[in-house]
Every structure is written in structure tokens, then in C-alpha cells.
Design a protein around this ligand. Structure first.
Ligand code: FAE
Length: 548
């Protein structure tokens, strides 16, 4: 049931967008409100007039949202700074997010053309479309030999991701994060994260007959014929809403090809869960379209941030400075690593350790696709929310967890797509590039060899058994494996390397990392439940030890 606090926070997030505010917090009259429309967001002082605040959280993704909520519940006022925009207000077409097959500026973060994971279809350049430059919701950050997809906006990656909410195998968690007490994670923090995120699962009986999951049933059958086991994948997409979509009782979202450019319904993104609760406390203010560029420490130990405020078309409106006593970085693996690498290498935080910027990995991500036999159609209606994966993680040589992902073209294409997660021990790092004032990811294509070989071992076996082959017309350059992009950036400020055991950055006091940058490059499944659970664990300890 919707709590009063969540109701108030969600209403403030709605009304702030309707009022065109770039700051979001609850109005003082909100507690007396009886209807959604009465809960008006309160215009806040512009950032440059705030002066000093006790706590700033940079970024509104999973790590940032958990941190802000738990601080606010403990009575601490929080300012959140987010470079993207708020995504709660419909545009002139009545939709918050644009359609996947007819994208506009809302699709991508300041690009002239969409840069979707699929480059071509039948080798034809029909996927990507020209769009106006705008503060759109999906960014593809292109480094020399790896591109990384991230979400931009209030809710970070939760706005664009596939909603797969997977808790890793305990044995692999213990292997990757041995200094984190697994009893506590699996007994307390994973359950807390799952509850607060609204994790649920499709009804297995419904799944067996639902037209929109024919693609998954076909992929399951072909996997089983080669001896591979499949499992249901939990999700933060509301399974009951999807059932109603299929029954034509509600507007379609997962069944209308929506996902990477945002879902107009059905998905429990963070603005509907953690962030609504956080704003609903009345102690959290989110400032949007504010990009933190520089962090320095003042003589009294406070942190001084330099922040660029842009409009939705990218025009720099003004640059402001704001200081805080405690600073939490939740800008994601790329954003947090860049902010700290820049601070260390330009000398604004010179005592940051050499481990900052190290230990980056892509969670062994690789996509691939197979062409099925003509008697195995995958269905013209496909849910964008994966519900099942092939679990071969216990394979001692080539462990693979491969989600059965859709290719929702709207017509029969006989394609089985997969997002494979593999165990790849290779790591990259970030270097500061003074000419562009950015951090460059150093990762070479050959570091993907282990990943591609592991996925190949699984899908070669399936293809051989089925008498089928790979689709080489989708990822550009005739490639069967998309090894040039990833969805799961992890690391850069790894726990117990760049930080202590609860995310305090080494070399400084009152400076914390809360997000995917803490995870050492691989977690074996889709990462946001782990990012959330780890942030829950860390903030509980930080509150007890540093706010007492
Ligand atoms: P994140 O959610 O990226 O949030 C960081 C926020 O900080 C963003 O809103 C940024 O705009 C903002 N930011 C960055 N730099 C600055 C700055 N300098 N100043 C102000 N703001 C800044 O961080 N994971 C799953 O578990 N399941 C899935 O099904 C899944 N599918 C995915 C599909 C796609 C297309 C993508 C892109 C990702 C997917 N992921 C999935 C990954 C998941 O979304 C990601 O691991 C988390 O969002 C990372 O959470 P963080 O809190 O680290």
C-alpha cells in the first residue's frame, strides 16, 4: 500500500515538474493535503544562495537515493544535485518519455542521432534516428575502446534499465566482496533493498501462455535441449500491470517497446520508491540540471563544490558554488570516478589515494543473438522486461548467466537475443585528461576475450544442437558478439581499496562513495540490487559512527 510519505513525495515530484521548478522538495502545506494536486512542491532558493549546507549527495541513482532517504529519516537535511532533468511531466504528446521506434530529443543525452545498442537490422541503418540535442534520459559515454550506457535524470539508471532485480549467488558475492559480512547482507540488507525497491516476479502460470513471452519460452526450450537450466528473473516492473497491459486494460509500456528511452508506466523507478520516500520526509531537496564539476576542501574541512547549471537545451545558465560538511558521491561508477580522479589529478583533493580510478569492470557484459529455425517463431509482441535467464554460473570453466532479452521489432523476426554476464577478471582504470578535463576509461577490446569466449561456449553449443547460427547483422561490422558496449559499469573507487570498509574515501574525512563505483568490477548478475543493498549497509554504519 502507498504510504502517506511516499504519496506526498511522489506528488511533490509531479508538481515540481508541472511548475517547471529545477528544485524539488515538499511544501510546508503538504502535510495537510488531502489530494494529489494539493501537494505543491515548494520553490527553493537557487543553489548559489544556499551557502553552506550540512550534507550534499551527488547523483540520484540507487546509491544516492538510499543515502538521502536514510539520512533524512535520521533527521539530517539533504541537498541532492543531479545533472539530468526530472522525468514526471508529460510533454505535448501526452507522454513523459518518447516512443522507442520514433525517438526525439528526450531519448538521449545531447546527441544528434540516437546511439542504440543495436546498430543495424539486416545490415541496414534503420535503427538509429536523427534527434535534436536535448537533456535526454539515456547517455552513451564513448571511450576509446568501450562505450558505457547510463541513465540521466532524477532516478539515474532506474529510468532506463531493464528492471531486472537479481540477488547474486552468495558464494560469488563472498568471493568478490570478502570483507563484507555476507550473513548481514543476505539476512538484512538484500531483503531490505528488495522490499524498498518493490521487487516482484511474473506469475509462472501466466508466463506459460502469455503471447509477449513466447520469445523467452522459445529461448528456454532451445537452452534446455542443450542441457542448460533457466530461472525466473525478478523485476521492479509491476507484473500485475503487465498482465493488465496484455489484457488491454491499461496503456501499454513494456508491451509497447518502451525501455531504454524510459517507461511511461509499469516500472518502479527510483522516483516512485526511494526518492519519493526521501522527498516525502520533507528534508530532501533535489536540484536538477546541476552538474558538479569540481570538489575542493576548505580550510575548515568543508567541501566546496563548483556546479554548472544548464537548461534542457544545454545552455550554461550559471556556475555556482556551494559548500557542505559531509559529501556523498552517488554519481555512478563513471561519474564518481571522474569527479575524484579529476580532484586528485588537478590538485583540489591531492591526498586522494592512487586506488581512486582503479578496479573498473563491466560485469562481464556481452550481447549476442541467434537466428531460430523457421518453426520456432519468437512472437511479434514481446515484453521489453526480461523474465528469465539461463543460469550456468556453476560451470567451472565458463560461468555464464544469460538473460533472455527481447528484440521487440513489432513483427516476427525469429531472433533470440541474450545479455550474457560472464566472469571476467580483467580490470580497467580511469586517467585524467587535462585537454578535455574528463576522466578517460582505459579498457582495451582484447580485455573482452574471456567474456566473448565464455558466451561463445554457451551459444555455440545451443547453435550446434539446434542447427542454427548467430545473427551478424545487428551489432555493426558483421559481429556476432557486441563487445564494444556495456550496461553494468562497476568500480573505479572500490570498497576497501579507494575507501574503507563502509565507503569513506581514504585520505579525507566526511567524504563518502555510495554507488556502483564501490563494487570491484563484477558481481555475476545485474547489479542494482547489490548497489542498493550495499548502500543500505554502509549508510547505516555511517549514521551510527559519523553522525552520532
Ligand atoms: P546511477 O544509477 O548511474 O546514477 C548516477 C546519477 O548521477 C545519474 O542520474 C547521473 O546523471 C548523475 N550524475 C553523474 N555525474 C554527475 C555530476 N557530475 N553531477 C551531478 N549528477 C551527476 O548510479 N541493472 C540491473 O540491476 N538490472 C537491469 O535490468 C539493468 N538494465 C540496464 C539497462 C540499461 C540500458 C542501463 C544503462 C543500465 C542497466 N542496469 C541494470 C545497470 C543499472 O542501472 C546501474 O548499475 C545503476 O543504475 C547504477 O547505480 P548507481 O547508483 O551507481
Amino acid at each position: 500500500m502507498l504510504s502517506r510519505r511516499r504519496f506526498l513525495g511522489a506528488a511533490a515530484l509531479q508538481s515540481a515538474a508541472a511548475l517547471g521548478l529545477s528544485s524539488i522538495s515538499l511544501s510546508s502545506q503538504a502535510s495537510a493535503a488531502r489530494s494529489f494536486n494539493e501537494v505543491l512542491a515548494r520553490p527553493q532558493k537557487p543553489l548559489d544562495q544556499l551557502g553552506r549546507v550540512p550534507v550534499i549527495v551527488i547523483g540520484t541513482g540507487y546509491g544516492g537515493a538510499v543515502t538521502a532517504l536514510r539520512l533524512a529519516e535520521a533527521g539530517v537535511p539533504v541537498v541532492m544535485l543531479e545533472m539530468g532533468r526530472l522525468w514526471t511531466q508529460p510533454a505535448s504528446d501526452g507522454k513523459v518519455f518518447c516512443k522507442t521506434l520514433s525517438p526525439d530529443g528526450r531519448a538521449m543525452w545531447f546527441k544528434d542521432k540516437t546511439e542504440a545498442p543495436l546498430k543495424t537490422f539486416l545490415g541496414l541503418d534503420v535503427i538509429n534516428k536523427k534527434i535534436p540535442r536535448y537533456a535526454g534520459v539515456l547517455d552513451r559515454v564513448n571511450y576509446d575502446e568501450m562505450s558505457v550506457y547510463v541513465g540521466r535524470g532524477v532516478g539515474g539508471g532506474s529510468l532506463v534499465n531493464g528492471a531486472m532485480a537479481v540477488t547474486p549467488a552468495r558464494s560469488y558475492f563472498e568471493q568478490m566482496m570478502p570483507s563484507v559480512n555476507a550473513d548481514e547482507m543476505y539476512g538484512t540488507y538484500y531483503p531490505r533493498a528488495n522490499t524498498q525497491l518493490g521487487v516482484n516476479q511474473v506469475d509462472p502460470a501466466w508466463f506459460e501462455t502469455a503471447a509477449c513471452y513466447r520469445y523467452a519460452r522459445v529461448a528456454r526450450a532451445t537452452a534446455a535441449q542443450s542441457g542448460f537450466k533457466t530461472v525466473f528473473v525478478p523485476s521492479v516492473y509491476d507484473a500485475k500491470y503487465m498482465e493488465a497491459e496484455l489484457a488491454n486494460k491499461v496503456p501499454r509500456s513494456a508491451l509497447a517497446q518502451e525501455v531504454i528511452y524510459g517507461n511511461n508506466a509499469g516500472k518502479l523507478s527510483l522516483d516512485k520508491t526511494y526518492l519519493a520516500d526521501a522527498v516525502g520526509t520533507g528534508r530532501v531537496t533535489i536540484y536538477t540540471l546541476q552538474e558538479v564539476r569540481r570538489i575542493e576542501q576548505q580550510a575548515n574541512g568543508d567541501y566546496l563544490l563548483t556546479v554548472n547549471h544548464i537548461d534542457e537545451f544545454g545552455t550554461l545558465l550559471y556556475t555556482s558554488q556551494i559548500s557542505c560538511g559531509k559529501l556523498f558521491l552517488g554519481a555512478g561508477s563513471l561519474g564518481t570516478s571522474e569527479l575524484l580522479v579529476r580532484a586528485r589529478d588537478t590538485g583540489t583533493l591531492p591526498k586522494l589515494p592512487s586506488q581512486v580510478g582503479q578496479g573498473w569492470g563491466h560485469n562481464g557484459n556481452v550481447m549476442t543473438a541467434r537466428a531460430n529455425q523457421l518453426w520456432n517463431p519468437t512472437g511479434s509482441l514481446q515484453s521489453t522486461m526480461p523474465a528469465m535467464g539461463i543460469n550456468d554460473w556453476s560451470n567451472p570453466v565458463n560461468p555464464v548467466f544469460a538473460e533472455l532479452t527481447p528484440l521487440p521489432t513489432g513483427f516476427e523476426n525469429w531472433i533470440s537475443m541474450y545479455l550474457a554476464i560472464t566472469r571476467n577478471p580483467e580490470r580497467g582504470h580511469f586517467d585524467y585528461d587535462a585537454t578535455t578535463d574528463t576522466a578517460r576509461l582505459r579498457w582495451t577490446r582484447d580485455q573482452n576475450t574471456i567474456t566473448v569466449n565464455a558466451a561463445k561456449s554457451m551459444f555455440d553449443k545451443i547453435n550446434k544442437q539446434q542447427g542454427t547460427g548467430y545473427r551478424t547483422d545487428l551489432f555493426g561490422g558483421g559481429k556476432a558478439f557486441a563487445d564494444d558496449f556495456c550496461y553494468h559499469p562497476l568500480g573505479g573507487c572500490v570498497l576497501d581499496a579507494a575507501t574503507d570498509n563502509i565507503g569513506r574515501v581514504k585520505g579525507y574525512q566526511n567524504l563518502y562513495v555510495t554507488d556502483s563505483a564501490l563494487i570491484p568490477g563484477s558481481i555475476g548478475v545485474n547489479p542494482f540490487v547489490t548497489i542498493t543493498a550495499l548502500a543500505e549497509r554502509n549508510i547505516e554504519r555511517v549514521l551510527a559512527q559519523d553522525f552520532a
